[in-house]
Design a protein around this ligand. Structure first.
Ligand code: ZN
Ligand code: ZN
Length: 295
């Protein structure tokens, strides 16, 4: 079984963590492990990590802790299936049916296979840069096991499939939002009947710099991210909008949330409720791809 190395909890910039009942504190370039000076700490199995004062999470695998760049660096080595279970648990709405969970598991596995070694000596981090993880819930574990080794291929090669929360009624193509990923899947704009019927319209108004950014790069993901960084992540919910000039700036009316590329979580949950299989759901959002078993 494939093993991956993930840098965990780096967003918390930990100086001290408790692993089960062992207190590990950074001291200079070394660790203090329950009063003993050590260069690193290694543990295997299932463990609970607590970061003061009230954050705790359980992981399974091998954990190595060292001191790096003035904080503790925690590297978890885990099996692919354990990570997929954790991703599916983090990314799926509570009431999602097995077909949607399994489709999300295949997306996650394809993404993991195509995204190895993003960080040099480890594969991934657990921030939005790479991938959020949660403690694996039982339905996530089942979805990972039911889809073991299944990946999405485009022109015979694995790729890192994009997904977002809700496309708002129609997914985007990579070209439409200026998404550059050389040689990867181009993404096609497909209708998403569940979002079309159920996603409420949102309205936003932009003037000054925000309007200038949108006039220069309308509908682009780069513009959406730039506005998000400047004005907050709800400034522009999605790339699915109509844009009109008004006397005091730009008026946007849109639907959905997220970049709108590829797999739509809300739409997939709806297709699963209509009885569609994981393969049918994936073929809908990723036209032209195949699902294959790859060791
Ligand atoms: Zn990363
Ligand atoms: Zn959708």
């Amino acid at each position: 079984m494939l093993l991956l190395k993930v840098a965990i909890l780096s967003l918390l910039h930990p100086q001290q963590v408790t692993v089960n009942n062992i207190v590990i504190t950074r001291q200079g370039g070394q660790l203090d492990v329950d009063g003993q000076r050590q260069a690193s700490y290694l543990s295997r199995g299932r463990f609970q990590i607590r970061v003061a004062p009230d954050f705790r999470r359980t992981y399974t695998g091998q954990l190595e802790i060292t001191s790096k760049n003035s904080e503790l660096q925690l590297i978890l080595t885990a099996t692919e299936d354990d990570l997929i279970a954790a991703i599916v648990s983090a990314e799926s709405p509570g009431a999602a049916l097995p077909a949607a969970l399994e489709a999300q598991a295949i997306v996650a596995r394809s993404w993991l296979r195509a995204s190895r070694r993003r960080h040099g000596h480890y594969d991934l981090c657990d921030t939005t840069h790479c991938q959020h993880f949660k403690e694996p819930a039982p339905q996530g574990v089942r979805a990972a096991a039911a889809t073991r080794n299944l990946v999405l291929l485009w022109q015979g090669k694995p790729f890192a499939p994009a997904y977002s929360a809700s496309c708002g009624g129609r997914t985007r193509s990579a070209a439409a939002i200026g998404w550059r990923d050389e040689g990867a899947y181009p993404y096609f704009s497909v209708e998403c009947p569940i979002c079309l019927r159920n996603e409420p319209e949102w309205t936003r108004h932009f003037d000054g710099d925000g309007a200038a950014t949108l006039r220069a790069h309308p509908h682009s993901e780069a513009a959406r991210l730039a506005l998000g960084r400047r004005l907050g992540w709800d400034a522009l919910p999605s790339n699915n909008y109509e844009l009109t000039e008004s006397p005091n700036g730009l008026l946007l009316k849109g639907r959905g949330s997220g970049h709108g590329l590829g797999y739509c979580q809300k739409g997939a949950a709806g297709l699963a409720r209509q009885g569609r299989s994981p393969a049918e759901i994936l073929r809908h959002y990723f036209p032209g791809t195949n699902i294959m078993s790859r060791q």
